[in-house]
Ligand binder design. Sequence first.
Ligand SMILES: [Zn+2]
Length: 313
Amino acid sequence: MSLKIGIDVGGTNLRIGVVRGLEIIDKKSFRADFSSIFSENSADIACNTIVEILCEGLSDILNRHEGISSIGIGFPGFIDPQSRSILSSPNLPGLNNFDLAKTLHEKIHLPVQIENDALAATFGEYLLNNISSSNGLIYIGLGTGVGGGLVLKGQAIAGEHGFAMEIGHIIIHPNGRICGCGNRGCLEQYASATGICKSYSELEERHISADEIAKQAKLGDLSAQQAYVIAARSLAQAIAHILKIIDVERVIIGGGVTKSWDLMQLDFNEQLNLDLIKVLRGKVQIDISNSQDQAGIIGASFIGFISCEKSRN
Ligand SMILES: [Zn+2]
């Protein structure tokens, strides 16, 4: 069975895995704060730095494993469906039209494919949950930002311009908080870890991490509880909107924020029931991911492998 590599580029961490079948047989994870790299350097320098970090991260993995067929990268940005360049990334200022896959391929001489990180994670969840190709799946990742993806009839749907399922940028609160995409009131500004911190700091005028807010919420801090309620209700509104447009049976919610799902579940269910069309109530299975962050790596590796097989044929 061939080996393939999946790379999951997160907000502050980079994770690389060697995948055989649906199993990650070797993995490394290290801190790589791409947001700081882009905010502190010119775009050219920042792009070169990203490539250097990836090459360095891959070097010992490639030395340890023979027979790697392909590399897939899940990247937090908008990917052009034709050229496969990264068009832009809301959290990486200055990144425009960068062909990371081609640049990395020229350095390591293996087929490289890039896809939006949330879409890669969606495909990973689809595979890991053994979802039938006749069912659709919507995945929503609540991390530093909010990403989403759709798999329909076994296909990861990127959209004709690469912007499909950008659920993080659905406007939930008109004239709300300014977002990295240039609009105001996007879901990401309320339901991501960053958004939860913003809700808390608006209520308490101090900034603590989303994990610390969760701890405080469990100790009875009303502002901390409210920050998670805002996240839960905003998320439910967005999911209800999407289900009215894309009527699928399965929704999976993942990402670091779901560690504190117990703080969100009741309000989420209540708001979803309020906002869903009556006929859809009770007909959609909504689960919290149990892939332990493996879906991003596995999905990226398969997207890389499938694209490499297509270009061979
Ligand atoms: Zn936005």
